[in-house]
Structure formats: structure tokens, C-alpha cells
Write a protein of this length. Structure first.
Ligand SMILES: [Zn+2]
Length: 97
């Protein structure tokens, strides 16, 4: 799945980055600016407002797992982004709200 790190990244590293980005972004999604919920409970992690780790440049486009390529997005944005590049997706999201 595009942008979803959990499957490919060590869980402890993924948790650390999520926590770090949560504070850096003041608990807001990097795309829509909505507040997200930082959770590790499976039943919460599937909610649209759950925090997810996002590769700004997709792995398919040569993006790495380095912290400079990571951002926190809500699950809804992460799922909706699909194949779009992150800059055009971000501006599209912001016009919508
Ligand atoms: Zn969002």
C-alpha cells in the first residue's frame, strides 16, 4: 500500500517516528491539517483520524525510509493520496477544506 510504512519498517522505529512527527506537527495531519490520534491499538488504527506514517516521496519513486522523507498523515489522507505526488496532493487537500 502506498505510503504505509508499518508493513516494511521495524515496528519500534515506526512507533518512534510516529511519536516524533506527532510532536513536530503538533498533532496535525501534514495534508489536511486536521487533528489526528496517535494510537497503537488495532481497532483505533483503522479509524480515519488515526495517525499514519507517510513517505513523502513514494518508495516506488525512489523515496527512502529516512526521517527527512517521512511525515505524519491521517489515515483518510494516506488512503486517498494514492499515486499522486505529495505536493500536489497537499494543495488539493487544502483547497478542499
Ligand atoms: Zn489528513
Amino acid at each position: 500500500m502506498a505510503g504505509n510504512l508499518e508493513a516494511t519498517m521495524d515496528t519500534r522505529a515506526a512507533r518512534y517516528f510516529k511519536w516524533l512527527l506527532f510532536w513536530q506537527q503538533q498533532g496535525r495531519c501534514c495534508y489536511c491539517g486536521e487533528h489526528v490520534v496517535l494510537t497503537y491499538r488495532p481497532y483505533e488504527a483503522v479509524r480515519p483520524y488515526a495517525a499514519t506514517l507517510e513517505h513523502l516521496q513514494r518508495r516506488a519513486d525512489g523515496g527512502t525510509g529516512h526521517s527527512s522523507n517521512l511525515a505524519m498523515a491521517c489515515k483518510r489522507c494516506n488512503n486517498t493520496r494514492g499515486e499522486r505526488d505529495w505536493l500536489s496532493y497537499a494543495s488539493w487537500r487544502r483547497k478542499e477544506f
